[in-house]
Write a protein that binds this ligand. Structure first.
Ligand code: TTP
Ligand code: MG
Length: 573
């Protein structure tokens, strides 16, 4: 945490310094008031009233200005500090592997980047403002009270232990609740995020009430814990007030008695003593608030640190990759299970080789492991056994960027950003010229529909790509991949939302323009794979057969079955 504060040390220093100016005003004012009352009002000396009044006004001006400056510097330090942490958190999250993002959950990561950082900002604000203010006021108040009379200080000394006991008691009860509150907030954010992103599904199934119940339950749980914490704290203030008022009675008694006995205490001093007394005792309550903020922030800091200290589990290599462009892929006895289900193998002993420039298709029923298999090539996940080689080098030995630069992958689930169509395509290669963008769109069979739109390439894509059809989204993400002109192109069911004619035109264009590029085409339809140089038939995580369309039709039972079922469907249709 200090690492983040160090950059703003000057503000962290200036804020408390100006705070001292504000404190001087708060501490001297009651004393001046005592002089005005004793010498001016009771002594009938107008001169003293005017003189002290003027001094008091100047003091207020000085104190007020200091207060404003203190606030400005403290806010600056706190917000800049939070800003830096948020940036680092986001960068770290961007660096996470798929497995790590899954483990933290999206909702929790959002809470950590927003709410937890806000708690830390409040802590900094409090450290540079309230902590200094509280401690100086407390000590200064005692000194000033003692100056009025040591007897008053004795009264304060009697009240202090009681207030401390109350405050410690309540804080002990409330502190553990803050960790619970953050967990509940995580859950609420997860539900909200899922439901807002999936609003169309919720509506399609008319599940608004069902999801509202789900949300309300999480919301109520959060509210309940918050209420529990606030109720405990609500008891603290009356208890402190009772002690405080008893002390005020004590001061009045001591003051009144001594004044009546002419014992050296004036009415003005008694009045000032009451102000100082509240000042001192209320500091304990403020200290309790500081402690609360501290407890909340330390729970938040733990969660922030957890993210900041999580290194990407995937250790990348240091550049042993061969120079030159080839595009060769080899799987050697690869087995794979997802990290959260290690006992459930998704791929079993997969071995195959794709030569540079070859087009290999992977076909198989849903859930057979096609997506899992292609995700191992750019290291979205790591193999459990065996090895994956790209251009003869184990993918583990590549620096991550070098490996991913070689590959253009169109994932099964299309993710577009809420920017213009052009920006979405250019996302694959920022420095691409306009001609490259339109070439990529042409190859992806997207140009026609883009130019038909009134705004063409400038048309904005709505959040989640909702303003586009499934097939349009697929084609834009294909354009985004091909614009990179990679050595290897992977299409994970990327033609599934295209009609057969458009899909055929897409593969024709790819074969024409990317003849040298290695292509892996994952598909469910025979029509999408029959042109491939080789087809791998995946069944329940294993490669059953491989060969050309004709070869497979001859000797692969699984392929024949897929072929028959699709032919039958086409005939009946
Ligand atoms: P996939 O590899 O996604 O199967 P697939 O691509 O062949 O299926 P589809 O044609 O429908 O796209 O999944 C293989 C198995 O792995 C499946 O049982 C689900 C499981 N799985 C996970 O456990 N976690 C994941 O993140 C994914 C993608 C799959
Ligand atoms: Mg899939």
């Amino acid at each position: 945490m200090l690492k983040y504060l160090k950059k703003y040390w000057i503000y962290c220093l200036l804020a408390p310094l100006f705070m001292l100016g504000e404190l001087t005003m708060d501490l001297l004012q009651p004393d001046m008031m005592a002089t005005i009352v004793d010498e001016g009002v009771l002594g009938g000396n107008l001169q003293v009233i005017l003189q002290e009044g003027l001094r008091m006004m100047l003091l207020v001006l000085f104190g007020g200005t200091s207060g404003v400056l203190c606030g400005v510097f403290a806010t600056f330090a706190a917000l800049r500090f939070g800003n830096d942490i948020r940036k680092d958190l986001f960068a770290r999250v961007m660096d996470f592997s798929f497995e790590q993002t899954d483990r933290f959950t999206t909702g929790s990561l959002i809470t950590r980047i927003t709410n937890d950082v806000t708690q830390m900002e409040q802590l900094v604000m409090m450290l540079v403002r309230s902590l200094v203010r509280c401690s100086v006021m407390f000590v200064g108040g005692i000194i000033m009270l003692y100056r009025q009379s040591p007897r008053f200080a004795l009264v304060a000394a009697c009240g202090l232990p009681f207030i401390t006991v109350f405050v410690v008691f309540f804080l002990k009860k409330v502190s553990p609740l803050y960790t619970v509150i953050q967990k509940k907030l995580d859950r609420l954010n997860s539900i909200m995020q899922e439901n807002i992103a999936g609003a169309r599904v919720v509506k399609a199934y008319v599940k608004e009430d069902y999801e509202l119940k789900h949300f309300s339950q999480a919301n109520d749980e959060l509210c309940d814990v918050n209420l529990r914490a606030q109720t405990i704290l609500a008891f603290m203030n009356p208890c402190v007030n009772i002690v405080l008022n008893l002390c005020v009675v004590g001061v009045l008694y001591v003051g009144g008695y001594t004044v009546s006995q002419n014992g050296g205490i004036t009415p003005g001093q008694t009045m000032a003593a009451i102000t100082y007394l509240s000042l001192i005792l209320m500091r304990i309550v403020f200290m309790a608030n500081i402690f609360q903020t501290f407890t909340r922030a330390s729970a938040s800091w733990k969660r922030i640190k957890e993210v900041l200290e999580t290194e990407n589990v995937q250790q990348a290599g240091e550049g042993k990759q061969e120079a030159g462009r080839k595009g060769e892929i080899e799987f050697r006895h690869v087995s794979f299970a997802f990290p959260d289900t290690p006992d459930l193998p998704v791929l079993k002993d997969i071995s195959f080789r794709v030569n540079p420039g070859e087009t290999v298709a992977i076909i198989g029923s849903t859930g057979s492991g096609k997506t899992s298999l292609v995700q191992l090539i750019p290291r979205f996940y790591d193999v459990t056994q065996g090895e994956v080689l790209v251009d003869g080098v184990n993918v583990w030995d590549y620096p991550m960027q070098a490996l991913r630069d070689k590959i253009g992958i169109v994932q099964q689930k299309t993710e577009l950003f809420s920017r213009s169509i052009e920006e979405n395509i250019r996302w694959g290669k920022e420095e691409a010229k306009e001609s490259e963008v339109s070439r990529a769109a042409r190859i992806a069979q997207a140009e026609d529909f883009i130019l038909r739109m009134p705004e063409g390439y400038e048309a904005q894509v709505a959040e989640g790509g909702h303003s586009l059809s499934g097939g349009q989204k697929q084609r834009i993400s294909i354009a985004r991949a091909v614009i990179r002109d990679p050595e290897i192109l992977i299409f994970d069911d990327s033609g599934s939302a295209l009609d057969l004619k458009t899909e055929a035109a897409l593969y024709d264009a790819l074969n024409r323009e990317f003849a040298e590029t290695t292509k892996i085409v994952v598909a469910q339809r025979i029509a999408s794979v029959r042109q491939a140089d080789r087809i791998l038939v995946l069944d329940n995580g294993e490669i059953r057969d491989s060969g050309t369309h004709e070869e497979l039709l001859e000797h692969s039972a699984v392929y024949q079955e897929i072929y028959r079922s699709q032919m039958k469907r086409e005939v009946t249709a």
